[in-house]
Write a protein that binds this ligand. Structure first.
Ligand code: SAM
Length: 271
């Protein structure tokens, strides 16, 4: 059997008794980084006698056959550096190959940053989607966000601290000034949840927040302003003699909406 095991996302107290027992008794552990796994065992005070098999994004495909064959005759534990394996971490190809080969797959559940952040974001939790990391290149990031403009479910993104500002700015530009939350350093000493509109969070991010982060963004219905409508009104005002920038600025002052988002939408709607 292949057994996925969730590991803590910061606070070691979240290591479950089942995780500890599985580590202590495993004969084979497939892990993202063998050094990190040994560090985790040391920090948890759990001794492991397992043979460690490294399984990361760059070797997962080439190790599939070997690990599937092993899991066919032994229990193999799969762990990533933090959280649930396969969630923006290696393991999907292995789970898929095991299930196709008739090898049973089970899980020792536990923390995951995505679900934890969603739960405390204050945004609707009844329907949501997980988008992982946005592409790094600006063009691809913009295209990925464009494809999400009409998404009605709450959206969850992972992001690195040095890209948080630019991602929030891109979200504001493409999705409009919706409600959102940035959840930082979950389960750790400096855990923080910043909630507000995307434009407020862009300002917040200017303080260069550090640590691990999840961005949670309201679905399309959660947008405070109808930017398509505001964009159309800006275009009308512009035909009446105002410059488009001035029209967007006047509408922003009158409604409290974001000037740059009105302007962007007006440009997109321009015939
Ligand atoms: N498999 C993990 C899970 O189940 O959450 C996710 C691994 S992914 C490579 C790492 C990303 O998860 C980080 O860049 C960050 O966006 C998010 N993350 C992980 N731990 C976190 C924490 N303690 N607080 C906030 N975000 C976290």
């Amino acid at each position: 059997m292949l057994i996925l095991a969730a590991t803590p996302i910061g606070n070691l107290g979240d290591a479950s008794p089942r995780l500890r027992e599985a580590i202590a008794t495993a004969s084979f552990v497939a892990c993202e980084d063998t050094r990190s796994f040994r560090q985790l065992c040391g920090a948890l005070g759990v001794e492991t006698h397992a043979k460690l098999l490294s399984l990361h994004d760059h070797n997962e495909r080439s190790r599939l056959e070997e690990i599937v064959a092993l899991a066919d005759s032994h229990d193999v534990l799969l762990v990533s550096d933090a959280g649930i394996p396969t969630i923006s971490d290696p393991g999907y190809a292995l789970v898929s190959a095991c299930s196709e080969s008739g090898v049973e797959v089970s899980i020792i559940p536990g923390p995951s940053a995505a679900i934890s952040a969603l739960a405390i974001s204050g945004l609707p939790t009844d329907r949501f989607c997980f988008e992982g990391f946005l592409p790094r290149k600006a063009g691809e990031r913009g295209a990925a966000l464009q494809a999400l403009r009409g998404e009605k479910r709450t959206m969850i993104f992972y992001e690195a601290p040095h890209r948080i500002q630019q991602s929030l700015e891109a979200m504001l530009e493409v999705l409009g000034d919706r409600k959102a939350a940035v959840v930082r350093e979950l389960t750790k000493k400096f855990e923080q949840t910043a909630r507000g509109s995307l434009s407020e969070l862009v300002e917040w991010a200017k303080g260069e927040p550090k640590g691990e982060m999840v961005i949670v963004v309201a679905g399309a219905a959660g947008s405070e302003f109808d930017y398509d409508e505001l964009g159309r009104r800006a275009l009308e005002l512009a035909t009446e003699g105002l410059g488009l920038k001035q029209a967007a600025s006047d509408l922003a002052a009158a409604t409290g909406a974001s000037k740059s988002v009105i302007y962007e939408h007006a440009l997109r709607l321009k015939p």
